[in-house]
Ligand binder design. Structure first.
Ligand code: RFL
Ligand code: PHB
Length: 392
């Protein structure tokens, strides 16, 4: 097989890139290691920046998003018995965010690609990328039990944090920067109407909790738990009791409970790989960087990488210029580091320190009170949360 752009990984990054290239008239092939049901049901993100919604619009993949997505004007911060609303439109000159599950974005993009192309192969696992420094890199992959090769002009690794693309970079040019955190998130989906209109980020006595949602009938909630926690350690009643305690504010507010339909534990990590390009191999999304979910940036960063890449390939196709492809890593990393900083700050500000450091705890409250008291501090949070500009 031969193509212009070989894409490894059919998560949001790979699927959106395939769609953008297809609409520009650039041929590509997408290889996804898992089956369709698996990629369409992996529970993950839900909060989309305005720029992510715009990108799905540009790709002609936002029809259901506009019909079913929930537009939110802000978030609530809860701490020390106080609640504080951050109003995005007034603080950012009109920006909002949209709640629409990653599973639904993936379903929409898969359906479009299967109907209109380009080729999308499920259960096609990439084994290796050969000759990334040459003008015709080759992806070796297994499909239907047979080893095959895909010869490309360019290869884009959208294969997530555990993919093979990043490891293809020679050690001499690879630099990674990382941070682990001493806690994880236990996430649940529940068949119950959300207890709030917008997301609540709570710094509770027993630790952090987040109230999010998937629809007017389905709630998505997260709870800070110690590393090493198993989802089975937490029977449903214990989860609801702990969530209620962490969100507790006054007698007027109660957390609605309902049947829990999914439960999983996610560790928290920051990771950035530099650079994001080596020869004709480019990385996009979680393959290059991950952030703790407190800032809701992972999916949005994957989409912004792909938007830059879509423009870079369009420019190459139209004018023959590789200028934007040459600038790809620099442009994306500037934004990635801003999102890494923001996600780190949000995480540090809201999670309980497992060692109970009282000084750190006082600093957290001081940061939160500053945001509550200062329009400038609140505007800084709102600007980062709703998304910084795509290009510097
Ligand atoms: P993905 O989604 O991991 O997709 C990678 C794909 O590559 C495939 N693959 C291979 N295919 C072929 N050959 C190989 N050798 C392969 N190796 C891997 C995999 O099967 C998979 O299909 O990466 P992508 O596209 O970069 O997308 C990134 C996002 O999924 C991720 O950043 C977000 O989910 C992070 N995240 C959130 N981001 C947000 O922007 N807002 C949020 O509200 C938000 N909440 C979250 C989150 C992530 C979470 N978890 C579980 C980590 C909440 C949670 C709990
Ligand atoms: C979600 O809805 O899954 C979600 C929202 C905001 C976050 C993280 C996850 O910060």
């Amino acid at each position: 097989m031969r193509t212009t752009v070989g894409i490894i990984g059919g998560g949001p990054a790979g699927l959106l890139l395939a769609r953008l290239l297809h609409r520009t008239g650039i041929d590509c092939v997408l290889l996804e290691g898992r089956d369709r049901a698996y990629v369409e049901h992996r529970q993950r993100a839900g909060m989309l920046e305005q720029g992510t919604v715009d990108a799905l619009d540009e790709a002609g993949a936002a029809e259901r998003l506009h019909a079913e997505g929930l537009v939110h004007q802000g978030i609530e911060l809860r701490f020390d018995g106080e609640r504080h609303h951050i109003d995005f439109p007034t603080l950012t000159g009109g920006r909002t965010v949209t709640i629409y599950a990653q599973t639904e974005i993936v379903k929409d993009l898969v359906a479009l690609q299967l109907a209109e192309g380009p080729p999308l192969l499920f259960e096609a696992e990439a084994l290796a990328i050969e000759k990334p420094e040459s003008t015709s890199p080759v992806v070796r992959f297994v499909h239907e039990g047979r080893e095959q090769t895909l010869t490309c002009d360019w290869v884009v690794g959208c294969d997530g944090f555990h993919g093979i693309s990043r490891d293809t970079f020679p050690d001499a040019v690879s630099h990674s920067y990382e941070r682990d955190y001493p806690y994880s998130w236990l996430g649940i989906l529940a068949d119950v109407a959300p207890s709030c209109e917008e997301l609540i980020y709570a710094r509770g006595q027993g630790g952090f909790a987040l109230h999010s949602m998937r629809s007017p009938h389905v709630s998505r909630l997260y709870l800070q738990v110690p590393n090493g926690t198993e989802a089975d350690d937490w029977p449903d009643d214990r989860i609801w009791d702990e969530l209620s305690a962490r969100f507790a504010i006054d007698a007027d507010w109660t957390l609605r409970r309902g049947p829990i339909t999914a439960k999983s534990v996610t560790p928290m990590r920051s990771y950035v790989h530099e650079p994001m390009r080596h020869g004709r191999l480019l990385l996009a999304g979680d393959a290059a960087h991950i952030v703790p979910p407190t800032g809701a940036k992972g999916l949005n960063l994957a989409v912004s990488d792909v938007r830059v890449l879509g423009r870079a390939f369009a420019e190459l196709h139209r004018t023959g210029s590789e200028e934007l492809l040459d600038a790809y890593s620099r442009i994306c990393l500037a934004r990635v580091w801003q999102a890494t900083r923001f996600s780190y700050d949000m995480t540090k500000m809201l999670h309980a320190q497992p060692d109970g450091d009282a000084f750190e705890s006082r600093l957290q409250l001081a940061r939160l009170r500053r945001i509550a008291a200062s329009r400038h501090a609140a505007a800084e949070l709102a600007a980062n949360y709703t998304g910084l500009p795509l290009m510097p």
